[in-house]
Write a protein that binds this ligand. Structure first.
Ligand SMILES: [Zn+2]
Length: 428
């Protein structure tokens, strides 16, 4: 089954046409009318910021997540899990990993080598999201954003849940678990790598975590940040695209129980309370790869700005060799920072999650990063409204408002009309 209605060749041509149009427009913007040309040129490249109803930002639904923990407590202790055939998931959900569009073939020696990545925030496929998937199909969450998720060389998110049918919920406020049947649609939507270093991946115990690793392997999704032991949890996922080797690492600074930390012979998450091991993992990854991307779980929920320790850790990762740091956990967007020529996005917020009445938890971005083999990344944010498990690209007005807010909670950056994020260099 095809990933999109277009063939790989058509997609490449469409992307080339779009980029060419953007370049022409960029040149024109300098001399002609900013407003008119900007609307004509960049509207389509951001999928029109379409479809979010203006009033929907003031959503007032109660969070139904509290009822979820009991929903799937039945524990099966069957043998090793097998990824099931998708059930009731509609035509878009197939079990095979789809082909990413072939990228322009370049020699690994070419300094021009680039990799295009898309990052999204927290993904939950259980709890109230699971009920919506059962109603609308497993591909339902991705329908409105496929144009953002599929074309990049790599698409990456934070999987804030175990994927299993086993285990029982641990004693905590929210305990999540997602059905294995939901994974093929995630792959089909374009996802390549997920982070598991977070405060939910052990919500149903160790067996459910081990199942998660197996199910992700079977689905062809690379994963980082949790493993069968500490060595495994701190191991990068290394992917090569367009002659660029990219190493992904995942760490969590939000670990609810000490027993969740991966250890010698002990499954768990790669934690970053202690800093030596993450720094060593980054240094080692940098020796093996051209680019190192760190996905980190940290911060205070619903806070717009990072804690001091987030800033300190992010910079430490970059000093150790990270080229890009992408954070999550606060369920809202936090600002961006440009440090020593590298980007930090402190939190991307929710991508697919339970819905509540705090409107900022419904605002997120899909963050596109185009990175050279030398580690220079340029970023573009596509504003997205996400509610009831379905992210949608915002209409231009709401999108501009969100980008202005994002620039306002960042330091030393500006965001152009096309969503491109640029550092504001200090005046000499
Ligand atoms: Zn979290």
């Amino acid at each position: 089954m095809q990933k999109s209605p277009y063939t790989a060749g058509q997609r490449r041509r469409r992307r080339r046409r779009r980029r060419l149009a953007e370049r022409i427009c960029l040149a024109g913007l300098g001399i002609v009318s900013l407003a008119v040309l900007g609307a004509v040129c960049f509207g389509p490249s951001l999928s029109g910021f379409r479809s979010a109803p203006p009033s929907s930002k003031a959503a007032s639904e109660a969070d139904p997540a509290s009822a979820q923990a009991a929903a799937g407590a039945a524990a099966e202790e069957a043998g090793p899990p097998r990824l099931p055939a998708p059930v009731g998931s509609g035509p878009a959900a197939v079990s095979a990993a789809p082909e990413k569009p072939a990228s322009a073939s370049r020699s690994p020696q070419d300094h021009d080598s680039k990799v295009d990545m898309a990052f999204v925030g927290d993904i939950l496929l259980g709890s109230t999201v699971e009920r919506l998937l059962n109603q609308h199909g497993f591909e339902y969450p991705y329908r409105e954003v496929l144009d953002e998720l599929r074309p990049p060389d790599l698409t990456i998110g934070n999987l804030e849940t175990p994927v299993s049918r086993r285990g029982s919920p641990v004693q905590k406020e929210y305990a999540y678990r997602s059905p294995p049947e939901a994974l093929p649609a995630l792959v089909q939507a374009g996802f390549d790598v997920v982070n598991l270093a977070n405060n939910h991946v052990l919500d149903y115990g160790e067996n459910a975590l081990l199942d998660t690793l197996d199910y992700l392997d079977q689905a062809g999704l690379r994963h980082v940040g949790a493993g069968r032991d500490a060595d495994n949890a701190f191991q990068p996922a290394v992917v090569e695209k367009n002659g660029v080797r990219i190493a992904f690492l995942g760490f969590s600074r939000v670990v609810p129980f000490v027993s969740w930390k991966a250890g010698k012979g002990h499954p768990g998450v790669a934690d970053t309370y202690e800093e030596t091991r993450p720094v060593q993992a980054i240094e080692q990854a940098k020796r093996d790869a051209d680019l190192v991307v760190v996905i980190v779980h940290w911060g205070i929920e619903r806070e717009d700005r990072p804690e001091d320790y987030q800033v300190r850790l992010a910079r430490k990762y970059i000093d150790a060799g990270a080229d890009l740091v992408i954070g999550g956990h606060p369920h809202v967007l936090q600002g961006l920072e440009f440090y020593k020529g590298k980007w930090i996005a402190y939190s991307l917020g929710n991508f697919i999650f339970t819905t509540n009445s705090y409107s900022k938890t419904l605002e997120t971005v899909i963050l596109h990063a185009s990175c050279t083999r030398d580690g220079d990344c340029s970023l573009q944010a596509v504003p997205v409204f996400t509610r009831w498990a379905q992210p949608k690209v915002m209409d231009p007005e709401a999108g501009r408002e969100l980008l202005d807010r994002l620039a306002g909670i960042s330091s030393g950056i500006r965001i152009g009309p096309d969503g491109k994020i640029l550092p504001v260099l200090p005046a000499r």
